[in-house]
Design a protein around this ligand. Structure first.
Ligand SMILES: [Zn+2]
Length: 291
């Protein structure tokens, strides 16, 4: 399949057991017979939640987000459908997933979208493409940088501008290893629900060479190799564009973490100005139970 073709947006999880409709009906019938009041209460709560979410979302379109992915060193064919599917379970969002950066040849590539996610790892790209990406953020389009996006375009003459856009400069990372983070801003709505001492069974710790004084650090991790500490999640504003970035997320070891997925969801919402101070999606972007 040509790399530019989009993978399916939502994939069935093969690890889930296959439920037979007859068994489900039988189970429900027996449950209602045994616990009628409990079942009635559960159904009422579910219906109320569904109605509340539906009413709240009425008339509000989901976020439209361009998810750019691809490049070397990572299994983006696995990561991209996983991340977009899981984020859509946490936020009302429709993703347009594109492998490769060809669409950035058009200066107006992001016009139809509320935000752009960069989950890419291209070492080099034409100046025209990178200029369009930079101008788009600078003009106010929200951006989310995931993992290698912070190391990308290292051979481009415009790399320093891209690093400025990301809000942090990093060139190398520690070897893949278990990693734990320290929360730096418990009041931030992005990390409010994030554990104080979150752990990943394996990731790459990107080394912070310098972080922009205007960046707002959210999470830090200590190197198992030399004890140095590096910022692994932060926010920044490049021109008029809000940027959320995290260097976490090399592969599925981190990407399956519920806390990591919520971090990305919150970062995306924050970049769009759609995250409440309590760390929940703004009105209209709450996922209804039926979704
Ligand atoms: Zn990586």
């Amino acid at each position: 399949m040509p790399s530019s073709l989009r993978p399916p947006r939502r994939l069935a999880d093969p690890s889930l057991p296959c439920l037979d409709a007859t068994h489900v009906v039988s189970f429900l019938t027996r449950s209602v017979a045994r616990w009628p009041l409990a079942c009635f209460a559960a159904a009422t709560i579910l219906l109320s939640a569904f109605r509340a979410a539906s009413a709240e979302n009425a008339g509000t379109p989901p976020l439209r987000v361009l998810f750019l992915t691809g490049g070397g060193y990572h299994d983006y064919q696995k990561l991209a459908p996983h991340l977009t599917r899981e984020l859509a379970r946490r936020v009302r969002v429709d993703f347009d997933v594109r492998f490769g950066l060809d669409s950035l040849k058009d200066p107006g590539f992001a016009k139809a979208f509320d935000a752009v996610v960069y989950d890419v790892c291209d070492d080099e790209v034409s100046d025209g493409i990178l200029t369009n990406a930079l101008n788009t953020v600078r003009a106010g389009k929200p951006a989310v940088m995931i993992h290698c996006a912070v190391h990308a375009f290292r051979r481009s003459p415009l790399i320093h501008e891209w690093e400025t856009c990301c809000g942090m400069r990093s060139k190398v990372h520690d070897p893949f290893a278990p990693l734990s983070t320290v929360k730096l801003d418990p009041a931030s709505p992005i990390t409010r629900s994030f554990p104080e001492d979150w752990k990943s069974p394996g990731d790459e710790l990107y080394q912070t060479i310098s972080i922009d004084p205007m960046s707002h650090a959210l999470l830090r991790a200590k190197s198992l190799k030399d004890g140095r500490e590096h910022i692994v999640a932060w926010t920044y504003e490049f021109g008029r564009g809000r940027v959320f970035a995290t260097t976490l997320g090399h592969d599925m070891k981190t990407a399956v973490s519920e806390h990591y997925l919520q971090l990305l969801a919150n970062g995306l919402l924050w970049s769009c100005g759609k995250l409440t101070p309590e760390g929940t999606p703004a009105a209209g972007l709450v996922v209804s139970p039926s979704r």
